[in-house]
Design a protein around this ligand. Structure first.
Ligand SMILES: Nc1ncnc2c1ncn2[C@@H]1O[C@H](COP(=O)(O)OP(=O)(O)O)[C@@H](O)[C@H]1O
Ligand SMILES: [Mg+2]
Length: 300
């Protein structure tokens, strides 16, 4: 993917309202764009990030780097802040009233929470797939064409091409190519989730965030999604939250283990990043005893 994308989200001319993505792109002079990064370069760099819901500090002091064309897994017990950190990466938390981010999150070197960065453009570059498949009540075709149409793409031939490419990347094309105009709501759970992935890929994002995308799926559908993640990772950067440690071990290049810190004195809890490293290290020889206990199933 294009490493210029971070810069593409910056509009130098904020007039109080959000600039559309095309506007933001148009406003960036080519010479201000960073040089192309090598594979494996930093896509996100989070430093000292704490995330609040009102006065509640849900996550404390997370620092990590997410690398290009890798699959990064977030694991840890329920409530440790995996979803909260994930949503920070595409400013989805902006949509939660009272949510607030402290610290620095850089995306391709650009401060993601900079005042001149368009959250709409951010979410166009950084797509999200949710736990529960959420196809729109439209045809299969119109689900996939939805984002491209919003981005101004017209013309049947061009849209046909995008729909086919996206459904192929989503490993769904062969199953639906003869019924593209039927309702997406008739798909099975596993098919619906692959459709949602195809819909996300249709706008050619830079990053795909996935929040427990397989938790509602059977093992065969889960396998299909894991295979497709491997297929697409040469073109995208993927961050996946999973409560399934075997899945993290199977699919990811790096794993971040989060846990909950309890302060008995003040009776408060907060999520913390315990350890982050290559998946091989995290599962075979973790440094922290809490990681060891978790990945060997002695704590959950
Ligand atoms: N919208 C919200 N408003 C208030 N608290 C929230 C909200 N979303 C999550 N939390 C709290 O933040 C903490 C982390 O939650 P979450 O990120 O969902 O954890 P995980 O995904 O690891 O299960 C939990 O204590 C949860 O109750
Ligand atoms: Mg969650």
């Amino acid at each position: 993917m294009d490493p210029q994308v971070g810069q593409d989200m910056v509009s130098s001319q904020q007039a109080g309202q959000e600039a559309g993505p095309e506007v933001a792109e148009a406003l960036v002079a080519p010479e201000t764009r960073p040089a192309p990064a090598a594979a494996g370069a930093a896509v996100f760099d989070a430093r000292g990030v704490s995330i609040f819901y009102g006065s509640f500090r849900a996550v404390t002091d997370v620092s990590l780097t997410i690398h290009q064309h890798e699959i990064t897994a977030f694991i840890g017990p329920s409530g440790c802040g995996k979803t909260t950190v994930l949503r920070t990466l595409n400013r989805m938390n902006d949509l939660v009233p009272g949510a607030r981010v402290e610290g620095e999150v850089h995306y391709h070197g650009v401060p993601l929470y900079g005042k001149d960065v368009s959250a709409t453009a951010v979410r166009r570059r950084i797509g999200m797939v949710f736990q529960k498949p959420n196809p729109f009540p439209k045809s299969i075709y119109d689900n996939v064409a939805y984002g491209p149409r919003i981005n101004g793409i017209r013309g049947k031939a061009r849209l046909d091409e995008i729909v086919e490419r996206s459904l192929r990347q989503g490993a769904l094309w062969d199953e639906v190519k003869d019924r593209l105009n039927t309702s997406a709501l008739a798909l099975s759970g596993g098919q619906a989730q692959r459709l949602c992935i195809a819909r996300t890929l249709a706008v050619e994002p830079d990053v795909v965030l996935m929040d427990e995308p397989c938790s509602a799926l059977d093992p065969i559908a889960t396998g299909a999604i894991e295979d497709l993640m491997q297929e697409i990772k040469s073109r995208y950067t993927i961050v996946i939250v999973t409560h399934n440690m075997q899945q993290a071990a199977r699919v990811s290049d790096r794993t971040a283990f989060y846990s909950v810190l309890v302060n008995p004195g003040s009776d408060t809890r907060t999520g913390t990043l315990v350890e982050y490293g290559t998946t091989e290290h995290m599962f075979s020889d973790p440094t922290d005893n809490r990681t060891k206990a978790y990945v060997t199933g002695r704590m959950g």
